[in-house]
Ligand binder design. Structure first.
Ligand code: FES
Length: 281
């Protein structure tokens, strides 16, 4: 028994908008009885160009009926442009989710809507042109663009998921390599570009940055108490300083050196820097 949400069960037991429209503005048919699922969706626009009436007839399981019913509720009142943006994930979300093995029902809903809109806009009854959109899965007559769309809309990464979402690959299995190739191509496209390795700072850049941080972050604190420091040298990652003013003879100068000067330089310049006093080198 599938773990259906209450909303799926409600739309299955009380499907909305079942039936036919005698003179629809758009009609889309997807699936085939031979494949176990078939859906016909039709709509009529109102005087404002919005979907005023929408009906469906479906043959399929509980989730196919619930997905079709949910879709009709979702599109009612939408413009064509708004309806075009509906994805199968939106349908599944509207129902509070579907078992992954049943996601193909939400895909069938989205495809029927796409076909109905295509029919409204062009008068054609088929969305796919064989020449630029090859059939990948011949058992279920599924075109490449459908597979690409379910992978992208649902961020799928395995052939098994693709089968769950659109049935492709679920019969003879001859198309599995082709589906895998499509997945690999999409995953490769979505991989973030490698971040170029950061070039190490040159010694001059390092000295300039140290001077800037001393001026901005360290000197004002020392000066508040009548102290100061002088930058004597930078040797690799070793920064040589000399305290001036009240800091010069202070017994806590070593604490100021490590917890203020060194800490700030490590935070803002390089974590590998160390700070020593001139008198100690
Ligand atoms: S061609 Fe796809 S399952 Fe047979």
């Amino acid at each position: 028994m599938w773990d259906y949400t209450d909303k799926v069960l409600d739309h299955f037991h009380n499907p909305r908008n079942v039936g036919k429209i005698e003179t629809p503005d758009g009609i889309g048919q997807v699936g085939a009885l031979a494949c176990g699922d078939a859906l016909t969706l039709m709509f009529k626009l109102d005087k404002d160009g919005r979907i005023g009436e929408v009906k469906f007839q479906t043959f399929g399981c509980a989730s196919a009926i619930a997905s079709s019913s949910a879709l009709t509720e979702m599109v009612k009142g939408m413009t064509i442009e708004e309806a075009k943006k509906i994805t199968n994930k939106d349908i599944a979300d509207f129902l509070g989710g579907l078992p992954e093995q049943k996601m193909h029902c939400s895909v069938m809903g989205r495809e029927a809507l796409e076909a109905a809109i295509h029919n409204y806009e062009t008068g054609e009854t088929t969305v796919y042109s064989i020449s630029d959109d090859p059939v990948i899965c011949h058992c279920f007559d599924i075109h490449e663009s459908e597979i690409v769309q379910v992978i992208r809309d649902n961020k799928l990464t395995t052939v098994e998921q693709v089968t769950n979402f659109c049935k492709a690959g679920g019969a003879c299995g001859n198309c599995i390599d082709d589906i895998q190739a499509i997945i690999d191509k999409i995953l490769a496209e979505s991989k973030p570009l490698p971040v170029p390795a950061e070039r190490p700072m040159t010694q001059i850049q390092k000295i300039k940055k140290i001077e800037e941080i001393v001026e901005r972050e360290i000197r004002p604190i020392l000066k508040r108490d009548g102290g100061d420091l002088e930058l004597i040298d930078v040797r690799g990652d070793q920064v040589v300083i000399a305290f001036r003013g009240i800091c010069a003879g202070c017994s806590s100068a070593h604490v100021t050196r490590s917890s203020l000067v060194e800490a700030k330089l490590r935070e803002f310049v390089l974590p590998t820097l160390s700070v020593v006093e001139e008198k100690d080198v």
